[in-house]
Design a protein. Structure first.
Length: 211
């Protein structure tokens, strides 16, 4: 490992410690390898607007923070994974969980496949298509940071969910407007880590709101 790799892993370690996240050295190594690959690919393919070490570390922490309150699922679907956030990062922390990363753009899908291979994530599948075109058994957890409209995302993934499916959506300041679009039967939990608001939807006979 060269000096830049050591610096990347040191920065990631510091961010995870600041966020109060539990991790082992194997996870830190997977995250470090991801960060290296994203920086390398971004030079040519422009996968994300900012692939600086600080930005990547901040996005990794943002992606992983729900591990402090979300139960590990038996399967995961991430919608619009893009450059890896949050789906590939969640998969890095849950390497035994079968995970599908749904990403329609060719260059991003190619990066996700290569990064998953390099990170040793053999339970990750990349689906290069729109989520409404995906055919799969219901997932235990559906996540997304890319789709802004909660009601639309629930509709697009309706055929990929069942009564036990949970949802994890990464939101911002407009979350209050979107809560009204959530159908009855889901319990709403909102976890804030400024400026992020995590919307965690759980199966429930009656909808309630927790903050």
């Amino acid at each position: 490992m060269d000096e830049s790799g050591r610096l990347l892993r040191g920065l990631l370690r510091r961010k995870l410690n600041e966020g109060g996240l539990e991790y082992d050295e194997a996870l830190l190594e997977r995250l470090g390898r991801f960060a290296e690959l994203l920086q390398e690919w971004n030079v040519i393919h422009n996968l994300t607007a900012d692939a600086s070490p600080e930005a990547v570390a901040a996005n990794v922490l943002d992606s992983l923070y729900p591990h402090t309150f979300v139960e590990k699922p038996d399967s995961l679907l991430d919608v619009g994974t893009g450059a890896g956030f949050p789906g590939l990062i969640l998969a890095a922390a849950w390497p035994e969980v079968p995970t599908v990363l749904c990403e329609p753009l060719k260059k991003r899908a190619a990066f996700l496949r290569y990064a998953a291979l390099e990170m040793g994530l053999d339970r990750v599948t990349v689906a290069r298509r729109r989520v409404e075109e995906l055919r799969h058994a219901p997932f235990g957890l559906i996540s997304s940071r890319a789709v802004s409209d909660t009601g639309l995302l629930l509709k697009l993934t309706a055929k990929l969910s069942d009564a036990q499916t949970r949802y994890l959506f990464y939101k911002g300041s407009r979350l209050a407007e979107e809560i009204e679009t959530i159908p009855p039967g889901l319990r709403v939990r909102i976890v804030e880590r400024v400026p992020r608001r995590y919307l965690y939807l759980l199966p429930q006979t009656e909808k309630s709101v927790e903050t």
